[in-house]
Design a protein around this ligand. Sequence first.
Ligand SMILES: Nc1nc2c(c(=O)[nH]1)N[C@H]1C(S)=C(S)[C@@H](COP(=O)(O)O)O[C@H]1N2
Ligand SMILES: [Mo]
Length: 202
Amino acid sequence: MAKFTRGFTGHGRGGDNRLPPGQYDTGGDWPVLTAEATPRISTDTWTFAIEGLVEQPVTWTWEEMQALPHATYEGAIHCVTTWSKFGMTFTGASVDALLDVARPRPEATHVLAFSHTGYTTNLPLADVTGDKAWVAWEVDGEPLAADHGGPARLLVPHLYFWKSAKWVAGLRLLDHDEPGFWEQNGYHDRGDPWLEQRYQGD
Ligand SMILES: Nc1nc2c(c(=O)[nH]1)N[C@H]1C(S)=C(S)[C@@H](COP(=O)(O)O)O[C@H]1N2
Ligand SMILES: [Mo]
């Protein structure tokens, strides 16, 4: 059996098994990279909000989030510290489905993702729409571990992994770009691994 799913899988945008420039394959290991202490967040109190420039601000509880249609991403993740991990399967809700409920206003151009810990990261709205971004709570059939952002994290696998906010609490829609935690500390504003957009100026 092939180790990795090849080609279009019918879920998400996975199946790209190329290695971006300057990256290496961890061969299966999944490093933990966190700027803050790992919080223990109960699904009883977990919430996810979409706020800011939307017609309908919405907050989902864990049960409400689980009741949404589940979506799957199969493919790789790429960390700016040069590791890539292939053949991952994440399950969650697509950000498209969440934005369908909240309905971005026409002037919304960017999002700031924020975590229950205070971590933030910024993205153009176009990078979280079009079946490219998920709120993920399961990986390879298991609940997402707390060290990796459980109960749920943002997953934006076509960009460097710092954009995938762990312990994600919501998205704020903005009419301008607002640099997040790492972006204020020298990381690139967008972080496309295929263009090696690691640091400001890249
Ligand atoms: N809340 C939060 N999310 C975060 C981070 C963080 O420090 N805090 N680190 C980012 C970085 S730099 C990376 S590479 C990935 C690491 O995710 P992992 O620990 O599951 O590999 O999470 C991203 N999301
Ligand atoms: Mo990272």
